[in-house]
Design a protein around this ligand. Structure first.
Ligand SMILES: C[S@@+](CC[C@H](N)C(=O)[O-])C[C@H]1O[C@@H](n2cnc3c(N)ncnc32)[C@H](O)[C@@H]1O
Length: 263
């Protein structure tokens, strides 16, 4: 059952926009977007999705690494204010709203303000980006578990409480979001705690989009390779033996956009 609208008809939907490819948006998310009065969206949301809400007021909430266009408190307040004015608000977030998206904080603010809300899960980059790079996170005989962790170190934002030493052996495949900056330290710690330096690693930038690119290596050399490739965020790192399957399973044509403009 869906939530009822508020006294004046206002409500908020926390909608996962998927990782990039607009085709990965859910049917429910699209339905809500099409009838939204206000859309508050993040940096990683594909602009083509906003075209689905032509009459809605669009508010960019930002969030690039290191600087926020709007503080989290202001975003929360914005959602509450618009809903209280009777508007149907869509909070459009990259990937899944409850996977490192601070969607939980926004939902708590709405609950506290007694604003009716719903959460529409999205396809998280944690699973979609490896899939577009031809990497199954689990594979019979190779990996029967995976863990999704943040590599973010900024203590006043997504505090990194990750116990990398323990994690080194805890899951067969590790998927690291926001880990590019900390990659040298992460790789060193994993190796120091028993993960072989020869473990395959893939770094996938702008996965599922026309500019997707992948840098591969091993725990021993991936930091140097990333630096040589001048890789920038957003990147999903996949660490584990499943990465080797990419040689046979890479199905998505990477750098399509770059090839097209070079013609
Ligand atoms: C703040 S987190 C949000 C994650 C999001 N809620 C999700 O479920 O995908 C942002 C990080 O997700 C990863 N990310 C999101 N979209 C990506 C993409 N298309 N390609 C590579 N990494 C992506 C990157 O690690 C980026 O730094």
């Amino acid at each position: 059952m869906r939530v009822a609208a508020g006294r004046r008809g206002g409500s908020v939907a926390l909608v996962g926009a998927g990782p990039g490819d607009p085709g990965l948006m859910t049917v429910r998310g699209l339905e809500l977007l099409r009838r939204a009065d206000v859309v508050v969206y993040d940096r990683l949301v594909d602009p083509r999705l906003l075209d689905e809400a032509p009459r809605a007021r669009r508010i960019f909430a930002g969030k690039a690494t290191g600087h926020h266009t709007l503080s989290q408190e202001r975003i929360n307040a914005l959602l509450v204010v618009h809903a209280r004015r009777g508007r149907r608000v869509v909070r459009l977030k990259g990937g899944d709203p409850f996977v490192f998206g601070r969607g939980g904080e926004e939902a708590l603010a709405l609950a506290q303000a007694r604003i009716p809300f719903e959460v529409v899960p999205g396809v998280s980059s944690a699973v979609a980006v490896p899939a577009y790079a031809g990497i199954p996170l689990t594979h019979r005989g190779t990996a029967s578990s995976f863990a999704v962790v943040t590599g973010h170190e900024d203590t006043d934002k997504l505090r990194s409480n990750v116990d990398w030493a323990r994690l080194a052996r805890a899951a067969d495949t590790l998927v690291v979001l926001m880990g590019l900056k900390s990659l040298p330290r992460i790789a060193r710690t994993l190796v120091a705690n028993g993960r072989p330096a020869s473990t395959p690693v893939a770094l996938v930038r702008w996965g599922t989009t026309d500019v997707q690119e992948t840098v591969t290596g091993t725990l021993g050399d991936i930091a140097a390779r990333a630096q040589r490739a001048r890789l920038e965020p957003p990147v999903v790192a996949v660490i584990g033996d499943v990465v080797a399957l990419r040689e046979r399973l890479a199905w998505f044509a990477e750098g399509r956009f770059l090839k097209e403009i070079a013609q």
